[in-house]
Structures are given as C-alpha cells and as structure tokens.
Design a protein around this ligand. Structure first.
Ligand code: URA
Length: 248
C-alpha cells in the first residue's frame, strides 16, 4: 500500500520548501491536490496523488542511496526467497527506498554486500568484463601446493571457460585447513567455491572483505551503514567517468 503522508511533509520531501515554509505555502492557497485547492494542514497524500504548487506538479526527489552491510551467514541476498528464508533486506530497517543488493553472496557466505537503488551503479559494478575486484578470505580444506596456487592464479576451467587471473595467497595454515586471500575480477556464480573445489580444496568458510578499495572496516555481522561519496568512489575507483550522485 502506498504510504500516506501529511501534505506539508510531502512538499518538503519534494525539495520545494522546509516543512514550516510548506505550511505557509498551503495556507496561502498555492497548493492543489488532484486539482482541488487545499488550505488545510494535515491533508494526507500518497505518491499517486497529483500535487501542484503554483500550478506546477511536484514529485518526491529520488534519493540515491548506497548502503554497505556486513552480511551474516543464514541470509539470502536476493530481495525475496521462494523458500521463505530470511533475506538481507530483513536486516535493513528504517530505509524507505526500494533498495536491492549489488551482486550476490551465497546463503552461508558472510561479509561485504552493497545495497542501492541506483540501477546505473549496480549495472556498472557487475558488468561482465568491467567488474570491480572483490577480495575474499576463504578457509579451505587442506593446504594447496604451490602448483595448485599457480593454477588458481592463472585460471581454472568452470563451465568450459577459464576464470580470469586472480591474486591468491595463503594467509594462515591450520591443522587440517588453510586460509587463503583471493582477489577476483569477475562475479561468476559461486566462483570462489567452485575454483577451490575444482583444485581439490573445498571451501569451509567464505567471507568477502572488500569490493574495490572499500573494506568492511569495523562493521559487525548484521550491521550496516550508509556509504559516503568518498566510500562510493572507493568501489569503482572513478573508472569510466562513472557519475555518482547522492541526493539527500
Ligand atoms: N564466490 C562464492 O563461491 N560464493 C560467494 O558467495 C561469493 C563468491
């Protein structure tokens, strides 16, 4: 259902005037809703109503927002799930805009996920061939040999096509497993898990720690925050002259 809001708040959200000034505009008889002049405060309107100020239709400003979430395990990163599992959107409260995740993390993968309502940004960040680099920390079974590490770096055949060159290094050696830092420039389905599985080292745990130069920082699992202009630039590195606006 469309949200009903008070006319003076609506006018303010359209960027026409402050809420107080909007009240004066209404009192002065300068506002029409669906053709009828309104001079009373508190009239409720929705986005579907035609609101005019001085004969000109006004519309809510579309606010482009960018959020980064530290995704916990046990959430799908689609907007809805046919199996009724919890989605990452369940973790984002108090955001009116219709946002969606940029790319995906598996149900059991944790870490950095960006959500936005900026279709251009989402498209350019996941566009094949021009993808932003993504950094993962993967705990895998066993310890890959140097030869296996070279194979992972050079490319592994998935679905008949080699993965593009990746940065892979061992960052920790445990009893029966090891921890790898893997940086890839593509976003093929379950790519990191399938790469490691193919070379005989199934992934036990996977976390994304960075997208471009944007890192999780000290965001705890399940926490999220709005990205600043500076942080948004870290994602794409200002490539291709991508214009990003954050109207607030
Ligand atoms: N690669 C995977 O295998 N899974 C993810 O969730 C992300 C990258």
């Amino acid at each position: 259902m469309e949200e009903k809001i008070r006319l003076q708040k609506y006018i303010a959200q359209c960027g026409i005037a402050s809420r107080r000034h909007a009240e004066e505009i209404i009192k002065a008889g300068r506002v029409r809703v669906n053709g009828a002049k309104i001079t009373e405060m508190g009239t409720l309107v929705t986005d579907k109503d035609k609101v005019e100020v001085d004969g000109k239709r006004i519309k809510k400003e579309k606010r482009l927002i960018y959020i980064m979430l530290n995704k916990p395990s046990g959430y799908v990163s689609t907007a809805s799930d046919p199996e009724g599992r919890r989605t990452v959107l369940d973790l984002i409260e108090g955001v009116e805009e219709r946002i969606y995740p940029v790319g995906r993390l598996d149900y059991d993968t944790t870490g950095l996920l960006i959500l936005t309502n900026d279709g251009d940004f989402a498209y350019s960040s996941t566009h094949p061939g021009k993808e932003t680099k993504k950094t993962y920390i993967a705990e895998v079974l066993g310890l890959p040999s140097n030869k296996t590490l070279r194979t992972l770096r050079k490319g592994v055949i998935l679905d008949g096509k080699a993965t593009s060159p990746a940065d892979v290094e061992v960052v920790e050696i445990k009893d029966k497993s090891s921890v790898l830092k893997i940086i890839i420039h593509e976003g093929r389905n379950r790519q990191v898990k399938r790469m490691c599985e193919t070379v005989g080292h199934p992934v036990l745990k996977l976390k994304r720690t960075a997208i471009g130069k944007l890192t999780l920082g000290n965001l705890k699992p399940g926490e999220w925050k709005y990205l600043s202009q500076q942080e948004i630039k870290l994602v794409r590195g200002n490539r291709n002259g991508t214009q990003i606006s954050t109207k607030k």
